[in-house]
Write a protein that binds this ligand. Structure first.
Ligand SMILES: Nc1ncnc2c1ncn2[C@@H]1O[C@H](COP(=O)(O)OP(=O)(O)O)[C@@H](O)[C@H]1O
Ligand SMILES: [Mg+2]
Length: 240
């Protein structure tokens, strides 16, 4: 089943063509990683899917719903398509627990009790139960990202977009967060992960997309991308 489908997507910023005629679809329960040089349009692609950017032309569907129609309920879609950012995007004035309940209460209209129960389940899953009452500003980067993952999971999303989730972490924090991401992979959730962690990408991906200058250069299995593709731009990027 195709959960997200993108057809002939173009995104310009002013006169700059950032994404050029992208067509992709994502099957339920799969893990896709997106790799490519800095500035190639990876974040812009995720931001278009999550409705943080308007597309210039083309269509994007979540199941049968056209996300490019401006009457689409953005909040409802964002609860179904969660996003984990490089810079965490937590609310610094709220506790760990409150960060994980606020979306459930405001968007999903759940009671505080229900939201708390769900939040605690996911905080446990990411190993952050004991920090539930802490202010997020007191946490390390790795801990913040684990909270951000719990917050996203608490919305019971169908799709999770990760935009370089470990890029702003101190090196010693990276593997813990990658382990958490691996542990939440399931057949119920569709994962789209932008990452520079190539061994992680190699290990978890059902599919790897290499994007360069706003164009999809390769879209294939992890084995093909890392071991077999003769594409010179890809080989140069991977230095293999
Ligand atoms: N809001 C914006 N306004 C203008 N240019 C932007 C904006 N966001 C991104 N860009 C440009 O789009 C290009 C792709 O950026 P981005 O999607 O962030 O790349 P990546 O995530 O692959 O590093 C870059 O040249 C960047 O400067
Ligand atoms: Mg980026």
């Amino acid at each position: 089943m195709e959960v997200v489908k993108i057809e002939n997507l173009n995104k310009d910023f002013g006169n700059n063509k950032i994404l050029k005629n992208i067509s992709l679809s994502f099957t339920k329960g799969t893990v896709t990683t997106i790799i490519g040089p800095s500035g190639s349009g990876k974040s812009t692609l995720l931001r278009c899917i999550n409705q943080l950017e308007f597309v210039t032309s083309g269509h994007m569907y979540f199941h049968d719903e056209d996300l490019t129609i401006q009457t689409t309920n953005v909040n409802a879609i964002r609860s179904k398509i969660g996003m984990v950012f490089q810079s965490f995007n937590l609310f610094n004035n709220l506790s760990v627990l409150e960060n994980c309940t606020i979306g459930q209460i405001k968007v999903m209209k759940l009671s505080k009790e229900e939201a708390t129960k769900t939040a605690l389940i996911y905080l446990e899953k990411v190993g952050m139960t004991e920090f539930a009452d802490r202010n997020v500003t007191t946490l390390s980067g790795g801990q913040k990202q684990r909270v951000a993952i719990a917050r996203t999971l608490a919305m019971h999303p169908e799709v999770i977009l990760f935009d370089e989730p470990t890029s702003s972490l101190d090196p010693e924090m990276v593997s813990g967060v990658l382990e958490v991401i691996k542990s939440i992979v399931s057949k119920e959730i569709t994962f789209i992960v932008v990452t520079h962690e190539m061994s992680f990408a190699r290990e978890v991906s059902d599919r790897v997309i290499f994007i360069d200058e706003g164009v999809i250069i390769e879209d294939n299995t992890s084995d093909y991308i890392f071991n077999n593709s003769p594409n010179t731009r890809l080989r140069k990027f991977l230095k293999t």
